[in-house]
Design a binder for this molecule. Structure first.
Ligand code: AR6
Length: 205
C-alpha cells in the first residue's frame, strides 16, 4: 500500500522536508495525498488519469502505455466519446487494467506566449478529473503529470498547478468525497520536484 504524505512526514522527514514557505495552512488534506514513482498502469485503484489528446483515440507516452495495457476494448469505448476538449475530462472502464476506471483528460500543449491560458487549462484538467471522479463515485484517483511530457509543460509550474488544484478540491465540500489522490511520477527529476513542492501545499498537520 502507498503511504500518505502525512505518514511520510513521520517516518522519513528528510525525504519529504518541511517547506521554507508554506503557502497553505496545515490541514488534514495531507492525510489524503500520496506520491508514487512508477508505472501508473500497474496501480490497482478506482481510477487512473490518462494524459490524452483531443481525439481520445490513443497516442504515445502514458496514453500509449494505458491503451496497450487496457487492451483493444478501451479504444472501442473511446470511439463512442466523440473526443474531448482541452481542459476537460471523460471517464471509461479500465478493461484489462488493474484500475477500475480511466479518466481521460486533455492537457494543453505548452507555449510560453499563452502561458496564462495554458495554466487555466491545466488547472481545469485536474479540476474536471476530480469532478468526473466524484460524479462516478470514484474515491481514489491516481494522476500522472499531465502535459509535462510530449506537450512540454515545464515541470515546476505544472506541479504547482497540480498541487494547488488538488488542495483546493480536497478542502472543498464536494471534494470531501475524494479519499485519496496519488500523484504518480515517472522520472527521478519529477519525483524531486514533487518532494520539494508538496510541503508548500500540504504542510504537516
Ligand atoms: N506511468 C506513469 N507516468 C508515465 C508513464 C507511465 N507508464 N509513461 C509516461 N509517463 P506524456 P502529455 C509520464 O507525454 O505531455 C500522447 O501522445 C511522463 O514521463 O505521456 O500530456 C497523447 O496522446 C510524463 O511525466 O503526456 C497526447 O498526444 C507524463 O507521464 C500527448 O502525448 C505525461 O507525459 C500528451 O502529452
Amino acid at each position: 500500500s502507498i503511504k500518505t504524505i502525512a505518514e511520510l512526514y513521520k517516518i522519513t522527514p528528510s525525504v519529504i522536508r518541511r517547506a521554507e514557505v508554506a503557502r497553505y495552512k496545515p490541514s488534514r488534506a495531507v492525510e489524503r495525498v500520496s506520491l508514487f514513482q512508477g508505472d501508473i498502469t500497474k496501480l490497482k485503484i478506482d481510477a487512473i488519469v490518462n494524459a490524452a489528446n483531443r481525439s481520445l483515440l490513443g497516442g504515445g507516452g502514458v496514453d500509449g502505455a494505458i491503451h496497450n495495457a487496457a487492451g483493444p476494448k478501451l479504444l472501442d469505448e473511446c470511439r463512442t466519446l466523440n473526443g474531448c476538449e482541452t481542459g476537460k475530462s471523460k471517464i471509461t472502464k479500465g478493461y484489462d487494467l488493474p484500475a477500475r476506471h480511466i479518466i481521460h483528460t486533455v492537457g494543453p500543449i505548452y507555449s510560453e506566449k499563452d502561458k496564462d491560458e495554458k495554466a487555466e487549462q491545466l488547472a481545469s484538467c485536474y479540476e474536471t478529473c476530480l469532478e468526473v471522479a466524484i460524479e462516478n463515485e470514484v474515491r481514489h484517483v491516481a494522476f500522472c503529470s499531465i502535459s509535462t511530457g510530449i506537450y512540454s509543460y515545464p515541470i515546476v509550474a505544472a506541479t504547482r498547478i497540480a498541487l494547488e488544484t488538488a488542495r483546493d478540491v480536497l478542502d472543498s465540500e464536494k471534494g470531501s468525497k475524494i479519499e485519496r489522490i496519488i500523484f504518480v511520477v515517472w522520472s527521478d527529476k519529477d519525483k524531486n520536484v514533487y518532494q520539494t513542492l508538496i510541503p508548500e501545499y500540504f504542510p504537516p498537520y
